[in-house]
Design a protein around this ligand. Sequence first.
Ligand SMILES: Nc1ncnc2c1ncn2[C@@H]1O[C@H](COP(=O)(O)OP(=O)(O)OP(=O)(O)O)[C@@H](O)[C@H]1O
Ligand SMILES: [Mg+2]
Length: 334
Amino acid sequence: MVFFLASIKTVGLTKKFKDLTAVDSVDLEIKSSELFGLLGPNGAGKTTFISMLSTTLLPTTGSATLNGFDVVREADKVRSSIGIVFQDPSLDTRLTAEENLYLHGMFYGMSAEERKERIKFVLELVDLWEKRKLEVRTFSGGMKRRLELARGLMHKPKVLFLDEPTLGLDPQTRQHIWKYIKRLNRKEKLTVILTTHYLEEADFLCDRVAIIDFGKIVALDTPSNLKKNIRGDVICLKSSDDKALKEALSKKLKREIAVTEDDGELCFNGSSEDLPGIVRVADKSKIKLYSMELHKPTLEDVFLHFTGRNIRESLLGKSDQGTAYLRDFQRIVR
Ligand SMILES: Nc1ncnc2c1ncn2[C@@H]1O[C@H](COP(=O)(O)OP(=O)(O)OP(=O)(O)O)[C@@H](O)[C@H]1O
Ligand SMILES: [Mg+2]
């Protein structure tokens, strides 16, 4: 039998804002040293969920422990066990990289000696040691994100929360950040909980992924198992009249058909054997087929399957709650 130490455990964890249930009775266990991803569309409850775990928001009902400590009754102990990197930059840009980290270490009561040693370690980890004397205002977006990662690690947390760590970064910088996240997960045996809109990020980085929608976890597994559970291949169609084609195909194939909202594709499970029938249905209904694609399921298809929406929509209308939470958090720590 394999035993593991649960780093995080939630039981019926719920957050209500008036009559809106942002997080709805979530039961979840995250193992120690696990790299865990939370995927979900805008407003799904990801930030609210990690804000309760990181003690910046009180649960309405239910409970959660982190590293064995209760997030409400033992909030101080939880805070000293965690690091947070939220999506919006919250560095002091007039200070140097080194000064930002030095101050952070001070808030956490680290001695001058400890801080010096740790600054070197974390800056080397994210390849910024050479830039330590530069003011942060001269840094690129990617360098700032790396420095925020370093800051999140300064006080040797057991658990690191990353709220959309690579949003808005170019693909090359994103891959660098992935490398650092993997490296510190292995090197420091750190439990990492990240939220992301990038499915390839979750696929590449995470040991397990939870898909969250309307505050509930609708799927939870390793990325490869999630993909395997979508039986068969995926067929995606573009046509001159998606609505009519959807209706006609639903009747003919007796299958759930999802519509990707950004480019209006119809997607559903199927195999190459379905293709001639689809052409016949379109022909009979006088609908023009512009494209027909058959592919192996990706995490994108898993997401669509469980939420009925395309993840790309979720990139629109970002909230800036992350910065506010981080500010609250720093105020509490101080
Ligand atoms: N302080 C608040 N007061 C009222 N409603 C809130 C508050 N914070 C979040 N909400 C609502 O709770 C729901 C979940 O929000 P949350 O920020 O957790 O979603 P998210 O999954 O992080 O979304 P995004 O992908 O946009 O970051 C949303 O409907 C949001 O409007
Ligand atoms: Mg969020």
